[in-house]
Design a protein around this ligand. Structure first.
Ligand code: SF4
Length: 74
């Protein structure tokens, strides 16, 4: 499964490219073709398990869940 935050864009502001480039919507920046292998879960990569950006984003989201009692973990 492809990461839901992966996008492909053919321009960066005013600069247009001759082909679409992989773009991470969390980092708000383009990623390298090698990183895009991870984003696309190619070569046994798993974006949920292997991408620190994805993991950090969801950790932050969990901490912002209303009513979540982090002290109750014990
Ligand atoms: S860098 Fe990580 S969070 Fe961003 S699109 Fe790729 S897998 Fe998803």
């Amino acid at each position: 499964m492809t990461c839901p935050y992966l996008d492909y864009r053919d321009a960066d502001g005013e600069q247009e490219f001759d082909h679409d480039r992989p773009y991470c919507q969390i980092q708000e920046s383009f990623v390298s073709p090698m990183e895009a292998d991870l984003c696309n879960d190619r070569h046994d990569f798993d974006h949920e398990a292997d991408c620190a950006v994805f993991q950090r984003h969801h950790l932050d989201a969990d901490q912002l869940v209303p009513g979540l009692e982090l002290q109750d973990a014990d």
